[in-house]
Design a protein around this ligand. Sequence first.
Ligand SMILES: NC(=O)c1ccc[n+]([C@@H]2O[C@H](COP(=O)([O-])OP(=O)(O)OC[C@H]3O[C@@H](n4cnc5c(N)ncnc54)[C@H](O)[C@@H]3O)[C@@H](O)[C@H]2O)c1
Length: 325
Amino acid sequence: MKVLVTGGTGYIGAHVTRGLAESGHDPVILDDLRASKRERAEGFVLEAVALEDTEGLFDVFARHRPDAVIHLAGSISVGESVRNPELYWQNNLGGGASLLLACARYPVQAFLFSSTAAVYGDTTVSPIPETAPMQPTAPYGSSKLAFERLLHGSAKSLGMRSAALRYFNAAGANPQWMVGEEHEPEEHLIPRVIGSVLENRALQVYGNDYPTGDGTCERDYIHVTDLASAHVAVIEADELESGRSFNVGTGHGTSVTQVIDAIGKRLEREPIVEVSARRPGDPASLVADPTALKSNLGWRPEHSSIEEIVDSAVQWDLVRRERAA
Ligand SMILES: NC(=O)c1ccc[n+]([C@@H]2O[C@H](COP(=O)([O-])OP(=O)(O)OC[C@H]3O[C@@H](n4cnc5c(N)ncnc54)[C@H](O)[C@@H]3O)[C@@H](O)[C@H]2O)c1
C-alpha cells in the first residue's frame, strides 16, 4: 500500500515510516522540516511541503496517488499551546483540514490520525477507557480533539475509513533505526533525565505529594516501536469499523521516580534530583486502558517494559551525542 506519512521525519513519524517499509508498504514522507532534519528521510521519498500549502498538497497527491494517509505532522507542546493557541488551531486543525481537502480531490482508502491522551484532560479515571469524558485542559488537546471530530465526521462523505490513535507517552527508540527523540526544546521526561545524568546536572521533579505509590506522577510509557506496529495494524485492518479512536498505551503506570531510578541504574550513576512545586495541570496519573485496540486488532505492546524503553533511549542519546560531536 502506498502510504503518505505526514510528519514522517519527526520522532514518531520516522519510526512509523520504517515500520511500514519493513511490513512491505511503500511510504512517502510529507514534512516541511520545521521541527526535524532532512537526514531522517534518508532512503525514503520526501516531499518538503507544509500542510497549509493546499495547492502543494494537491500536487503531492496527484503525483503519488497514496492509498492511505497517516497524519502525524503537527505542533506538539502543551505549554506552547497555552502561550500561542492560534498556532495550534492553525496547524493541528487548519493543517488537518487542508489535508482533508487533498483527500476530497484525490480519494484515499484510509486516514489514520495521531491523537493524544491530552484529549481527556485532567481526569481522575484510571486506567482511562476511550469512553471517558473528554475535557482537554489546553489548546493542544482541544485542537487534537477538534480534528478527530472533523476527520470522523467527514470520512464517510470522502469515502474513506478513518481512525485516530490516542498515544499516551511515546518513548524509547528502535535500536536498528536510531531515529529517536530530538525535540527542541525537549520537554519529555526520559530524554530530560538522561541529559541531566550524562551532564551531571540537577533534574527538577515537579511535586512528590501526589496520591500515587511514591508521590510522583505516573504515566503510561509506550515504546515507539510498539506505536509504529499499531499504525501498521490499523492501516492493514480493512474490516475495522470507521470513525474509531483508540488508546495506545500499555495499561501500566510508571512514576517519575521509577523512571529516574531505571535511568540511573542503566547509566550506573546517581541522578541528582531537586523536588519543586507541582506544575499546574499535571494529573497525578495518566494510564491507558488499551483493551479496545487489543481486542479489535490483536495488537500487543512487545517492547514497552521500562527497562527496554530506557535502554533504547540511552543508546539513542549516546549515538546522537556522538553524531553532534
Ligand atoms: N511524542 C509523544 O509522546 C506524543 C504523544 C501524543 C501524541 N503525539 C502526536 O504524535 C505526532 C508526532 O509527534 P512527535 O513527537 O513525533 O513530534 P515531532 O515534532 O518530532 O514530529 C512532528 C513532525 O511534523 C512536522 N510538521 C509540523 N507541522 C507541520 C506542517 N504544518 N507541515 C508539514 N510538516 C509539519 C515537523 O517538521 C516534524 O517533523 C504529533 O501529532 C503529536 O501531537 C505525540
